[in-house]
Design a protein around this ligand. Structure first.
Ligand code: SF4
Ligand code: SF4
Length: 310
């Protein structure tokens, strides 16, 4: 599709200014961090994904087509940039209920504490779309959260939101890894941001703390061994797997809890992401007689370290 004439009339200075204004407006749109990536193919990522697959490390939730996962042009007509967004979620419980003898409690991953994050992120991307459309009526965009083909983490990294940690998660310098990610491929030639320097250094705490050795190397995750994945698979678990899972009901936060960058970070800017302690740390015994549907209705687990786009 040829570019709209109105779009062609705008010069580089216009797009630079628009990007600055968009960054200034982000907070008012409910977005905690925003950046812009080029829409070039993610060639290096494709190689890494291929290796990952060959080693049998995939979770099975991924988009199977590696070209679609790494080439924005296969998803969107004439992409010119990708806008990456991050929304921070709380990492601490106020007044957490404690386990008592005979009344043990489970725990949900922090990424599943609030409302389903797909809904939350999509609402932010809708606000951003409306904001852009007010300024550029011929703007087009394709928004994705988790279930799109692109890797949220690779886009966020290229857009300078943070670096890809040894725990294989996106780490933003200001919000840590307690963030949900989403992106929008656009026809707007916004200038790209610079990637952030890797901040892990010599640290290996996440690799050392992982209960199953799922982090097989820096930034390399064997999904099949990850507790987060195990809590989401159907079927019967083996004895050793149950031992490692412990009281985790959904997801696993160990490699985030031990991360020094995350220390002291607890962002609570979004009402819909506030946890209900009784839901995120529920009594275990009543769950034994609860059906799948009731479990989903009550807990509505909306996130984990796994997504279709890792
Ligand atoms: S989520 Fe848990 S099991 Fe998975 S890599 Fe992190 S620490 Fe290991
Ligand atoms: S624990 Fe250390 S190595 Fe792991 S992601 Fe955090 S800073 Fe990087």
């Amino acid at each position: 599709m040829a570019e709209a004439p109105a779009m062609q009339k705008r010069d580089a200075a216009y797009w630079r200014k628009l990007k600055e204004e968009m960054k200034e407006a982000a907070m008012s749109l409910g977005i905690d961090k925003i950046g812009v990536a080029s829409a070039d193919p993610f060639a290096e990522l494709k190689e890494r994904l291929r290796e990952h697959r060959e080693l049998g490390y995939e979770s099975g939730f991924e988009e199977p087509d590696l070209d679609k996962r790494t080439n924005p042009a296969l998803l969107f007509d004439e992409p010119r940039s990708i806008i990456a967004i991050a929304v921070a979620y709380p990492s601490k419980l106020k007044n957490p209920p404690v386990s008592e003898p005979g009344k043990r409690r489970g725990i949900l991953s922090r990424s599943a504490w609030g409302e389903d994050y797909h809904r939350v992120l999509n609402s932010r991307l809708e606000r951003l779309t409306a904001w852009l459309a007010e300024r550029v009526p011929d703007a087009r965009g394709l928004s994705m959260v988790d279930t799109g083909a692109l890797s949220d983490r690779a886009v966020a990294e290229r857009a300078g939101l943070g670096w890809s940690g040894k725990n294989s998660l996106m780490i933003t310098p200001e919000l840590g890894s307690w963030v949900y990610l989403g992106e929008m491929i656009t026809n707007l030639p916004l200038p790209p941001d610079q990637p952030v320097e890797d901040g892990c250094g010599e640290c290996t705490r996440c690799l050392d703390a992982c209960p199953t050795g799922a982090l097989v190397g820096p930034g390399q995750l064997n999904a099949q061994k990850c507790v987060s994945f195990l809590t989401q698979t159907k079927g019967t678990l083996e004895e050793w797997q149950m031992e490692k899972i412990g009281n985790r009901l959904y997801g696993c936060d160990t490699c985030q809890i031990v991360c020094p960058v995350n220390r002291g970070i607890d962002i609570r800017r979004h009402e819909e992401l506030e946890p209900d302690p009784e839901i995120v740390k529920p009594l275990l015994r009543p769950l034994l007689t609860m059906g799948n549907r009731e479990f989903k209705e009550k807990f509505g687990a909306g996130g984990s370290r796994f997504s279709a786009t890792r």
